[in-house]
Structures are given as C-alpha cells and as structure tokens.
Design a protein around this ligand. Structure first.
Ligand SMILES: NC(=O)c1ccc[n+]([C@@H]2O[C@H](COP(=O)([O-])OP(=O)(O)OC[C@H]3O[C@@H](n4cnc5c(N)ncnc54)[C@H](OP(=O)(O)O)[C@@H]3O)[C@@H](O)[C@H]2O)c1
Length: 266
C-alpha cells in the first residue's frame, strides 16, 4: 500500500509509526508532506520515509492520502490539492469536525473516509471511529480498516452523525481521564501518600477497574456495589461525589463537547 501523509505532526507521526511497526507499508512506500522543514528532516531520519514540502507532489502515485493537518488550514490545503488527485485515490481525513462533505467539496473528490482517532493511538491502544462515502469501494474500506487496526480498536458507523458524538467521548475522552488521573493523584498526595506511589496506585486502579469491567462482563454498578460495604469508606466517598453531581457534570461536559464538534463541522 502506497500512502501519502499531508501533515506529519503528532497524529500523522503516530499513524506513520504504527503503520511501519505493523508492517502495513514499507517506509519506502510512505511519503510525508509537511510545511515544517525541520520536521521533514527529523521524520525522514527517524522513520526512513520520504519527505517533501509540496502536498501536490506527495499525492502522486499513491493509493491512500491521509489528511493530518489542523482544521484551521484545511480549506487552503484542500484548495491546493484540488484537481491534483487521481480519480481512484482514497482520502482519509482525521481532522476534527471536518465532514466528508467538506472534504469532498473542497477536493472535488468523492472517495473519502472520515476518522476520529484518539491519542492513545500513539501506543496502538487508540479508539478510532470512522465513516465512509458511498463511493469508497469494499477494497478501500478494507485498507482503511487495516490502517485503523494498527492504531488500536476501530468502529465503523454508516451514519456520519455518530462521528461528532464519538468525538465527545473517545476523541476528547483521554483528556477527561487524564484530568481524573491528575485529580486523584493530587488528592492522594493531599492525604499524605508519597507522589510516586500515589501515581502508581491511581494508574493501576484505573487500568485494573477498566479491565475488570471488560473481562467480567458485569455492569459497572454491580462492580461498584461489590466495593461498597454498608456504612464503609467507599460509601462515604461516593456520597460526596453524588452530592457534588458527578454524573450530571460529566453529562454536561460531554454535551458541551458534542455541541462544539457539531458547530466545527457546520
Ligand atoms: N492530537 C489529537 O489528539 C487528535 C485527535 C484526533 C484528531 N486529531 C486531528 O488530527 C489533525 C492533526 O493534529 P495534530 O495534533 O497532529 O497537529 P500537528 O501536530 O500540528 O500536525 C500538523 C502538521 O502539519 C503541518 N502543516 C501545517 N500546514 C501545512 C500545510 N499547508 N501542508 C502540509 N503540512 C502542514 C504542521 O506544521 P507546523 O507545525 O509548522 O504548522 C504540523 O507539522 C487535526 O486536524 C486534529 O483535529 C488530533
């Protein structure tokens, strides 16, 4: 599979690494176009891929073009690529909020996959959600699936409306979890635990609890009840969280993020 990346930053770089590690494409079959010449040099040195500073040059003779630039410069990048793409090339966009319609119209090219990945993709533990235009062939859907499997788990949605919803959960979600990790660690230090051990306790508790939900197949409420003895320490802590409206606060945060994702795309 020959792949061109438009933008070799955080997310683009993470995808390139995963693709090479999982042997989906040889470094010699990958070309990265980035405006930043220092980045071009460092990517070429580290990953042994070809690098260029001209987007139109990068998309020549490749099967897949991955758009990994910031939303703010999307329209100028699409304009620069308009008319430069071969008719049967697959375009995969990971740009937050940019709809398949925006990409298709901007490029005048109908074969488009839209993905919302997340940052744990950098260690192949990502969660990507994606959708495709009707013009994407079965073979191209398989190519997209292969690339996304290299980043972790992936879910395909026929209806694009779910991508904005997933943006508020799996796209932004790592930031919510990092905030919880930080808060719990700081609280542990506040009551007197040494920071290093506090961090270890928090990370293993979150990891172990997640795996327990997955592997036990039990509802989280059932597992929560198992920890909550009558009149015990956990009940005391949970009461404080409920009194401070943790559930409603999380729900409001997700709704705000979802509204913003929809606004960005409109
Ligand atoms: N990071 C995340 O958590 C995440 C998650 C899901 C989706 N995304 C999406 O992924 C996309 C990329 O995000 P990122 O964090 O990887 O951004 P990033 O690190 O800024 O990477 C973008 C790269 O593109 C380069 N660039 C700027 N203008 C260009 C142009 N005209 N042609 C070619 N390259 C150009 C940038 O160079 P300069 O630095 O010199 O501008 C930079 O190296 C975004 O649209 C974002 O919505 C990100």
């Amino acid at each position: 599979m020959k792949i061109a990346f438009i933008g070799g930053g955080n997310m683009g770089g993470a995808i390139i690494k995963a693709i090479i590690e999982k042997k989906i494409a040889d470094p010699s079959d990958i070309v990265v176009s980035d405006i930043d010449t220092a980045k071009q040099k460092s990517i070429a040195k580290e990953l042994k891929v070809k690098t260029v500073g001209d987007n139109a040059k990068a998309v020549k003779n490749v099967d897949v073009v991955i758009l990994a630039i910031k939303p703010q410069i999307l329209s100028s990048v699409l304009e620069g690529l308009r008319g430069k793409m071969a008719e049967d090339q697959l375009v995969i966009s990971i740009i937050a909020g940019a709809t398949t319609k925006t990409i298709s119209k901007g490029l005048k090219h109908d074969i488009v996959v839209r993905v919302m990945p997340n940052t744990p993709a950098q260690i192949s533990e990502g969660m990507s959600v994606w959708t495709a235009t009707d013009e994407v062939t079965t073979e191209q859907e398989e190519m997209a699936t292969t690339i996304l499997n290299a980043l972790g788990k992936q879910i395909y949605f026929e209806d694009e409306k779910y991508i904005d919803m997933a943006t508020a959960i799996s796209g932004s979600g790592p930031a919510y979890i990092y905030l919880i990790i930080e808060s719990l660690t700081d609280a542990a230090v506040h009551i007197g635990l040494p920071r290093q051990q506090a961090e270890e306790l928090v990370l293993q508790t979150i990891l172990g609890s997640t795996l327990f939900v997955k592997q036990s197949g039990k509802h989280p409420a059932e597992l929560r009840n198992m920890v909550t003895s009558p009149g015990g320490t956990t009940a005391e802590g949970l009461l404080k969280l409920e009194k401070r409206n943790l559930r409603a606060t999380i729900s409001k945060a997700v709704m705000a993020s979802y509204k913003k994702a929809k606004k960005l795309g409109s």
